[in-house]
Design a protein around this ligand. Sequence first.
Ligand SMILES: [Fe+2]
Length: 201
Amino acid sequence: MAKTPSSKTAKPSKTAKSAKSAKPAKSSKAATPAASPAPGSSGPAVDIGIKDKDRRKISSELSRLLADSFSLYLKTHNFHWNVTGPMFNSLHAMFEEQYTEQWQALDEIAERIRALGYNAPGSYTEFTKLSSIAEEPGATKAPSWEEMVRQLVEGNEAVCRTARTVLDEADDADDAPTEDLVTQRLQTHEKYAWMLRSLLQ
Ligand SMILES: [Fe+2]
């Protein structure tokens, strides 16, 4: 499980969003379409009170978040191995702390996709296709420590932008567990972006 310390802090208020998007009343629960089984599954249909189309949309955005998170995890670990220069000790340790937290979060994101009834992407090919973060080779050329930090600021910010898209979808569907998970990810990645950005100021 992720060790995010502030995991149970207050979520952003929904009032602003609810006000702006005068959605149709949700009273028509009887009209909720029948849930469909997970792709590739012959088991019972998923019927957790979230519409099929919302589960599909949220799972799809969560898959992009998983891909971004995995790409950033790998890049952070890569830089932990290959960082050089006068900042070696502190950056080596800082990167380790961050990739360890990120590794644990990957599992939670993937398992939320499964709980919504979909399969989680799990290959480098899928992650490369879905991710908005460019990968960085480690063996052939390692960037300077400043460039590593710059890339990790950008990577953490990219995860935040993708997380906000998931949050919007989850909020529209009243999917509180996804909102809670993604809010935790936002808190963590915004904090990491700030800490890394501060090294360059
Ligand atoms: Fe290590």
